[in-house]
Design a protein. Structure first.
Length: 238
């Protein structure tokens, strides 16, 4: 929370700028792409709102992971605190931003007459799985970014590609059979479905949960040994 307050210090609207800027983007881009895709705005805007806000959470964790230890260099040189504290700081910061952005969703649903559904409760396990995967990704990226200072640029470039390769602004139905590869072989698309679909009142299929479990299992096998081996060298890489 302190990170967010400091970012909007001396601003009259403060943290509400997070929600406002997201809402303006969704309204502007939503109308434009609804015309381009020839989809009624009342259908496309709620779809875009949910997807884009979930994407911001995923991309935010990935982006922030590249500066975890660099930003905390002053603390790391002075205190022998567990390095996972700085990992958790990234998750809490992005969850706070997500909470601010999520305010836009009920407003859009209210405007276009979306109704609540029991399937919305599945957001909780979906969000939990995303946070577990996010924690493990941050473990890896934080170390790599500290050791190799070109790695943050690689992450940013990759996120730009994944944004367009993930069904954030487009629906899988628009691409036909080829959409299977973009949805089922894209980790971002898998976790997007786990959270976005329940918000829209749809239950994700079991295969999506299995795919997320496989991704988390692979991340566990890679990230934990990697972190245990190299965490002691972080201070010397700063």
């Amino acid at each position: 929370m302190k990170d967010i307050r400091q970012r909007y210090r001396r601003s009259r609207l403060g943290q509400f700028w997070i929600s406002i800027s997201t809402g303006v983007f969704i309204a502007g881009i939503g109308v434009l792409y609804a015309v381009l895709f020839k989809i009624p705005p009342q259908k496309y805007l709620p779809y875009l709102a949910v997807n884009y806000i979930v994407w911001l959470l995923m991309a935010g964790m990935a982006n922030d992971s590249t500066a975890v230890f660099v930003e905390a260099s002053a603390y790391l040189r002075q205190d022998a605190l567990p390095k996972t504290i700085y990992i958790m700081r990234v998750l809490v910061r992005n969850l706070t931003i997500f909470a601010h952005n999520a305010v836009v969703i009920p407003l859009v649903f209210l405007i276009f007459g979306f109704k609540a559904s029991p399937a919305m409760l599945l957001v909780i396990p979906g969000l939990a799985l995303l946070l577990i995967a996010g924690f493990l990704i941050v473990l890896i990226c934080s170390l790599l970014s500290t050791r190799f200072r070109d790695f943050p640029q690689i992450v940013q470039s990759a996120l730009q590609v994944f944004f367009f390769a993930t069904p954030v602004m487009w629906a899988p139905q628009q691409m036909g059979p080829v959409a299977w590869y973009f949805v089922h072989l894209n980790p971002f698309a898998i976790f997007l479905q786990l959270i976005a679909e329940p918000i829209r009142g749809n239950a994700p299929d079991l295969g999506t949960y299995v795919a997320a479990g496989i991704i988390i299992g692979v991340l566990l096998m890679v990230s934990l040994p990697f972190f245990v081996r190299y965490r002691g060298r972080v201070v010397y890489w700063l």
